[in-house]
Design a protein around this ligand. Structure first.
Ligand SMILES: NC(=O)c1ccc[n+]([C@@H]2O[C@H](COP(=O)([O-])OP(=O)(O)OC[C@H]3O[C@@H](n4cnc5c(N)ncnc54)[C@H](O)[C@@H]3O)[C@@H](O)[C@H]2O)c1
Length: 355
């Protein structure tokens, strides 16, 4: 069945829908004319401006772990996308309890609330490819959905994402919750606002991910900080592809299964820096920096074959094209991004230098 047939006219909940990926997903869902789109978000790492104004949108501000928020959810939900997390690894290392409250407890309480809803057709959970990838600096193999998973993790964030999958599988087997895991590789694209949301204790509140950080610095003629010789590798997936993949999970995913949301293309951080500098016209050479001591996730990328065969999902935007679009968006939205960054200027004084 097509996404339009399945999702149009449906009652849909997006938890974490004000965030980077959640915001993009909501914009795609609205094109399919749902009956109702409920968005729950406590704006921990997002701005209210990312919540679309639309007749069918109901925004519930607050945590999905809050019983008052859970009680407000309509019992006729048909599709749920759970994208809330405590962003990201560094914040969770600094404050594992807050990570637990917003990344683990959120998932448990949401699934507990959903388990008896009679009209539910799919609950799609945003799982993380980094949590299941083998930790290696040797040649990487594409991570398939059934690859063995280690019990040794670099961050509470990673543990929370894995526990979320375990709860999903438990609620599927015990209660028949129609749960599907969408395992994201590294998402990038327009809409990821550096500094979005509240201060979360480390400069990674501003410099939240490698792509928007490199693009911002490249557009300001700065040396891109390339850690550990740039040898680490990732699988970068454009945000609109991820939105399509999430909707494919809702439409065609089999409950109890996990699907990689991956491009299948491995790119080293050194190559990423060179490409961004070229596309942004930045001639300042990269600056070599030491490896992050906590990060053992050296080289990795995802295997997209199961999603292609079972969901009909394939990432369609090349890295070069996606980066060009993201650079254009960053130029066009510079003042909005700068305003979000400047809210943390007390803690990250370097942002004051951007006039
Ligand atoms: N972006 C990536 O590369 C990537 C990779 C793997 C997995 N993921 C997962 O995808 C999801 C979305 O990631 P993103 O990059 O859009 O991050 P994001 O920080 O932009 O989005 C997370 C959203 O959850 C909200 N939130 C936090 N705690 C909440 C709570 N208690 N109740 C309700 N909302 C809450 C935040 O305010 C934010 O809007 C996350 O679950 C993340 O773990 C992302």
């Amino acid at each position: 069945m097509s996404q339009t047939q399945t999702l149009s006219g449906a009652s849909i909940l997006v938890v974490g829908g004000a965030g980077f990926v959640g915001g993009a997903l909501c914009r795609h869902l609205l094109k399919l004319a749902p009956r109702r789109l409920t968005i729950v978000d406590n704006l921990l790492s997002a701005d209210i401006a990312n919540v679309p104004e639309h007749d069918v949108v109901e925004f519930i501000p607050g945590s999905i772990a809050d019983d008052r928020v859970l009680t407000r959810l309509s019992a006729d939900l048909e599709f749920v996308f759970h994208l809330a997390c405590y962003h990201g690894n560094q914040s969770s290392i600094l404050d594992p309890i807050t990570d637990h409250q917003n990344n683990t407890l959120t998932t448990l309480k949401l699934f507990e609330r959903l388990k008896d809803m009679p009209d539910l057709r799919k609950v799609v959970y945003s799982a993380a490819g980094c949590a299941v990838a083998r930790k290696t600096f040797d040649t990487a193999q594409a991570t398939a959905e059934d690859a063995p998973v280690s019990l040794i993790h670099d961050s509470p964030y990673s543990i929370s994402k894995l526990v979320g999958e375990m709860y999903g599988n438990y609620y599927f087997r015990q209660h028949g919750l129609p749960y599907v895991a969408a395992r994201f590789q590294n998402v990038y694209g327009p809409g990821e606002i550096l500094g979005a949301g509240q201060w979360r204790g480390t400069p990674a509140t501003v410099w939240r991910n490698v792509v928007p950080t490199f693009i911002w610095k490249a557009l300001h003629g700065e040396a891109l900080p390339v850690e550990n010789g740039g040898i680490a590798s990732r699988d970068f997936v454009f945000v609109d592809d991820i939105a399509q993949g999430l909707m494919a999970c809702a439409t065609n995913g089999t409950p109890g299964e996990a699907y990689n949301m991956a491009s299948g293309v491995e790119t080293s951080i050194g190559e990423l820096a060179e490409t961004i500098n070229r596309l942004a016209g930045n001639s300042t050479p990269v600056a070599m920096a030491p490896a992050r001591p906590w990060d053992h996730s050296g080289k990795r990328f995802g295997d997209p074959s199961k999603s292609r065969h079972r969901l009909g999902f394939a990432a369609s935007v090349t890295l070069e094209d996606g980066l060009e679009r993201t650079i254009r968006w960053t130029r066009d939205n510079r003042s909005r991004i700068l305003a979000a960054m400047r809210r943390h200027a007390r803690f990250v004084p370097e942002v004051k230098a951007y006039g």
